[in-house]
Write a protein of this length. Structure first.
Length: 214
């Protein structure tokens, strides 16, 4: 993944700091994925703190796109979602060409989760929204967010948004700015209804979790 140079620098600094405190070796005992999540979230949070505005910047797009690339590592879909073991995980991006472009750059050269390649679908109509496993609904579509989410019910699509009312409108994961940081919010009740299992490792870094884990 090709991160912004500033993001790469911050991630290296965080990794070095964890190593000096001995935390990195403890994280190694529970796996590389946990290391990845801790470093990713810490780096993205730190970089977001450097901004002086809540409006979207190139760094915002990179931060959110990086989360989208990594969310499939922490989600299990219901049996039968994929035709076979190498069926792609399709991430649909609706209403934000900047986000789609950043996401596309991040998966250049190939990204996969358990052998499944991650691919991008630029959503241009509501008829396409159920053709993916992850659906990002941009702020620009906030006037139709509830209707779009309603169309995904019963399809097992992981919905991701970036508006204040996203969880209340039935979304599953929300990425919102708080104190110049990107925070995650998760609606477990909706995820359960969609037969999606969200890893406890992701829930630990979420700022808000609605519903109780199984």
């Amino acid at each position: 993944m090709n991160f912004h140079p500033q993001l790469q620098l911050v991630a290296r600094r965080i990794g070095g700091g964890l190593a000096r405190t001995g935390m990195w070796s403890r994280l190694a005992r529970v796996g590389r994925m946990t290391q990845l999540l801790v470093c990713l979230v810490a780096a993205l949070t730190w970089c977001s703190t450097l901004k002086g505005t809540e409006t979207d910047t190139p760094m915002d797009f990179q931060v959110k796109a990086a989360f989208l690339v990594n969310f499939p590592k922490f989600v299990d879909w219901k049996p039968g979602t994929f035709a076979d073991t190498n069926t792609p995980i399709v991430v649909g991006i609706y209403g934000d060409d900047n986000m789609a472009g950043e996401f596309e750059r991040m998966i250049e050269g190939g990204r996969a989760v358990e052998g499944r390649p991650i691919v991008l679908q630029r959503i241009t109509s509501e008829q396409q929204i159920t053709n993916c496993q992850v659906l990002f609904i941009a702020r620009s579509e906030r006037h139709r967010t509830k209707a779009v989410i309603e169309k995904t019910k019963g399809t097992g699509v992981l919905t991701v948004g970036e508006t204040e009312a996203f969880l209340e409108e039935g979304g599953i994961i929300n990425m919102v700015p708080r104190d110049r940081k990107i925070r995650l919010q998760v609606n477990l009740s909706v995820a359960r209804d969609a037969q999606l299992n969200i890893s406890a490792r992701l829930l630990k870094v979420a700022d808000v979790v609605k519903g109780k884990p199984d």
